[in-house]
Design a protein around this ligand. Structure first.
Ligand code: B4P
Length: 192
């Protein structure tokens, strides 16, 4: 089992690259953002709770996200590997993921961090907001709040994986194809 984490700020292209990577490597795509939006569209209790946070640009509480990820794992026992997109977003989530991996007798092979400037992120997300129907992409204040939450709560996760020696950094600005190639190279170096 080879597991990859795609890491980076909101709008850095995690979702965009994840689609291609899962196809190329036959991994199961675990996007907590997609799972939460699915819960919201089905009007579940979890979705209703999550929406309160997402609409304000805040993170959904760790216990809610971790439970949801655990359930998703249970449904994919035969996976040959996972691509984590947008998870973990806090050090508490990273520690829970380590425990879940140990229980499966597995580990994270590589964490690929996409680096993009704040101005480019805001531009991309507001642009997506014109067509996506995503309420968290239409308001510049909410978009900037997401970035400040990322800096405060999520960037320490990079340090957590740096200490484990599995963090790779990729320039996330430029063509989608070129960024994809750079990510594949980082994965292949670790997956021999
Ligand atoms: P997510 O769904 O994870 O989404 P994201 O961070 O906004 O976007 P992503 O980085 O995937 O960008 P994308 O490829 O789409 O999170 C949404 C919310 O859910 C969070 O704010 C939070 O509230 C909640 N949440 C999710 N996971 C959570 C967790 N683990 N814990 C707590 N809360 C959680 O790209 C963005 C745009 O850029 C697209 O329009 C794309 O076309 C464009 N783009 C991509 N690559 C480009 C390139 N190279 N050049 C130009 N444009 C590009």
């Amino acid at each position: 089992m080879f597991n990859v984490i795609l890491f980076g700020p909101p709008g850095s292209g995690k979702g965009t690259q994840a689609e291609r990577l899962t196809e190329k490597y036959g991994l199961i795509h675990l996007s907590t953002g997609n799972l939460l939006r699915d819960e919201i569209s089905r009007h579940t209790a979890l979705g209703m709770e999550a929406r309160l946070y997402i609409d304000k640009g805040q993170l959904v509480p760790d216990d809610v996200v971790i439970r949801m990820v655990g359930n998703y794992f249970d449904k994919h026992n035969d996976a040959k590997g996972f691509l984590f997109d947008g998870f973990p977003r806090t050090v508490a989530q990273a520690r829970s993921l380590s425990t879940l991996m140990q229980q499966k007798g597995s580990s994270i092979g590589v964490v690929v961090e996409l680096v993009v400037s704040e101005d480019e992120l805001v531009r991309r997300l507001l642009n997506r907001g014109k067509t996506s129907g995503r309420s968290d992409d239409t308001n510049e204040e909410v978009v900037r709040k997401r970035y400040s939450v990322y800096q405060k709560e999520t960037t320490p996760v990079a340090g957590y994986y740096q200490e484990q020696g599995i963090l790779e950094t990729v320039e996330g600005e430029g063509s989608i194809d070129r960024i994809f190639e750079a990510i594949c190279q980082a994965i292949q170096e670790r997956n021999g």
